[in-house]
Design a protein around this ligand. Structure first.
Ligand code: FES
Length: 88
């Protein structure tokens, strides 16, 4: 993995990572373990880590239901967390 730093925003908050990390990797490295809630309000983040469970959904650059564990983070990405009511 590259050591080249990248910066994304998550719900408007700046988060830094390294080029080559997935969005989930950037969030986990920043100490965030969950970023979505189910209808009951239960927190969700990475479960399988391989794109199979869809627990890690979030919105990236306006595109909803992106799997954070499969999407490589890019410098300047605007990430929004999702709740069940938003379609996750
Ligand atoms: S953690 Fe299972 S799809 Fe991303």
């Amino acid at each position: 993995m590259s050591e080249r730093p990248i910066t994304i925003t998550v719900d408007g908050e700046t988060v830094t990572g390294a080029a080559g990390q997935t969005v989930a990797g950037v969030l986990l490295a920043a100490g965030r373990l969950s970023w979505r809630t189910t209808r009951s309000g239960a927190p969700r983040g990475v479960f399988c880590g391989i794109g199979a469970c869809f627990d890690c959904l979030l919105t990236v650059n306006g595109v909803a239901d992106v799997r954070a564990c499969r999407r490589r983070a890019a410098d300047g990405d605007e990430v929004r967390t999702q709740s069940r009511e938003e379609g996750a």
